[in-house]
Design a protein around this ligand. Sequence first.
Ligand code: ADP
Length: 867
Amino acid sequence: MARLLASPAGNGAVGGGTRAGDPARRGRRRGLAVSALATPSSGGLSARPGNGTGRPRFGIRARLFLAFVAVATLSVVACALGWLSYDRLGGTLDEFAESHLPALGVAAKLAEEGGAIIATAPILAGSRTEDEMDAIRDALGRRLSTLRALTGAIEGGVPGLRPVVDSLGRNLAALDGTVRQRLALARRNQEAIERLRWLHADFLDEIDPLVADARFNIQSALATVESGKPSADAVRILREENRRSEALLQIGANGNLAVGLVARAATLATAELLDDNAGFLDETADRLQRDLTALAGWADGVSLRQLVGQLLDLARGADGSVPALRREELETAARGQALLAENRDIVARLNGLIARQVQAVEQDSRAAAARSAGAVAFGRSALLASALVSLLVAVLVAWLYVNRNLISRLTRLGDAARAIAAGDLKADIPLGGGDELSDMAAALLVFRDTAIAVEEANAQAIIDNAQAGLAITDAQGVIEFVNPLAAALIAPPPGVREGEAGEAGRLADRLDAEAAARLAAFFVQAPFAQVPDGAGGPAPTLSILATGRRPDGGAVPVQVGVRPFWRRQRQRFIVTLTDMTERLEAQHVLERTVQERTTDLRATNDRLERAIAEHQRTERELREAQAELVQAGKLAALGQLAAGVGHELNQPLAAIRSYAHNGRKLIGLGRVEEAEGNLGKIADLTARMANITNHLKRFARRPDSRLGAVELAPVIQGALSLFGNRLREEAVAVELALPDADPASGTPLRVRAEEVRLEQVLVNLLSNALDAVAGAPVRRILIRAELVEDGEEGGAVRIEVRDSGSGIAADPVAQIFDPFFTTKPVGTGLGLGLSISYNIVRDFGGVLSVAESGPDGTAFVLTLTRA
Ligand code: ADP
């Protein structure tokens, strides 16, 4: 048979429904094969997979690598800049440490040494002794050599320093020489003064005797003259001695003056004073000289003449005289002062040079510090700038490339992959980019194409092998594909081959006229809105029974189901065709069978309805009988109770009789008040009797069928009161254990029941208990009621009636609840009591059971719902 269904992706007939970017087509256009992309290369610079050219490609790896290299390069640049600026800073600091700091130190030392020389030089100039001078000169020499060494250290740095230091050395040497000379002169002066002192002493020693001699000689001559015997000799002697004496006195005076002037000259401070002094001294010396001539030739005056000659030498000798020495000393001192002034000038020059040097060093240092600061500032700015640029590059890469390009494409690719995995084979796959991601996208495309191909192949296989007739039509109902089973049901008209049918290719034309009309009406509604599977309502479907055509031309009943579906955005219809021949036959057989069965059933049903009506009637009668039975049982119990009740009534009756008799007597005696008391007692007793009869009446009446909340204690008391007489007569002890009140609500304990019927049950149980203890050695009945929390809402009330009888004489025990079961002698028991009680309790929704039975007695338990 012909295959009408071609792959929609590759079939031109599919036409306009396919999107322009149909991925299957794209995949084929690009010639991508699954195998070609099975192992896509992930290398950024590797050969582009599938392009076959081996051309290196600028992929993600290369781009990210480049971005990281750029950022890393910027970091390296930042490091290099930092290193450079630190290097510059280090250089400047080294320079500072190696050159400026020592220069500053040298300059400071120079200044210190200069200052010390200035301070020491005047001390040298004014030194008093040679020792002192030597010490000062040594100190100065050391300072000078230090100065020289320092000058050597910074030579080249300070021009003109060495000559200044040299001239300072010369000046100090000259100063030293001057001082030395001055000291020598002072020493000589001192020696001359010493000599002068000795000379003066000798002079005085010499002149005084001479004057005394002269005076004696004059005295002697005068004596001679006065004696009157003047001789020429004596006059001559007198004249001679007088002249000599005068000369001596003159010499003595002038000598003393000369000594004084010489001694004064030794201490005079200026040349002018010396000159003045020298004038006086010259005059005095001249006078001495003249006086000496008067003594010329005098033998005794030789020593004196010599002494005066020596004195004159000391006074005005060209060499070695005291004034000359003093003058020379003063001149030396003046030279020393000049040298000192020169020394100060030199040191001042030195200081000026040092100050300039210090200034220069300071300037250099400041410049070096400024350079350091500049290097630091530059390094800081450069580091900041490169860090900012790195950050900018990193942000740009992360935002523009990684986030906006890579991540968004990866997200879209992931979405597409998820959609394809979820079965949406139309999902859009982002292909652009020319990198590893586009390779992935291409691989995904191939994967999707393969999935589509596999899906189509699977669908084809399923349709071909389906055990039902399947056909696919387009939106207009033109058959695109039929599988073998369908072909056997909707064969084309005779003479037309499948696939060449033309108009006969329409599904409607292969079916009977009525079906064709319904199909045409259905297809008119197309296109239907696309409803995803499981979403919205069911897709519109058509299901009709039609008549098809077998390949041999025979008619065949066919069930035709038509349902739209969408493939690649286009609507088509899948048609299921089922051969109904066998099914229709089976249906006919079935219908017949059903008809027969229905008739049978109806008869059975009628019979059943009749039986049910019968049953209901019987049940109604039974219910009535049971009610009667209950009543009968109660009346039977009443009958049994009647004797007791009669006895119960007898007692008050006798009392009433006695009170009435006494009353009459008392009235007769006029004791009306006492008679009134008796009447009151009679009234009480009649009320008690009325109570008993009322209770009996109430017990005898037909019970109410409705249930309600019944207070338990009065019902138990009422039942017991019916047995008051019997209990007393048979000496049966009754023990009552009833809770005072319902612990939950605080109200008296109530159960869900009907009062009369509940009392009837209790009367039955008590009556049986009394019968059971009748012959027993211990006669005791216990009635106990308690609340049982059974988990249900409200809980239950458990009423136990226990006797001390000899137990139940029945096996099994449960048969005591059977109607008419009794072990009591005929006339005493009917065997209905427990049976009726059991049913009453069941009607209350409760349970009556034997809890215990043995030689020590029997316990019945009545469990009722708590009200
Ligand atoms: P009846 O009392 O008329 O026999 P019941 O149905 O009340 O009918 O009792 C059935 C039988 O159950 C009694 O005959 C007796 O044998 C036995 N029975 C009932 N209560 C007791 C009891 N407390 N102790 C021993 N036997 C009992």
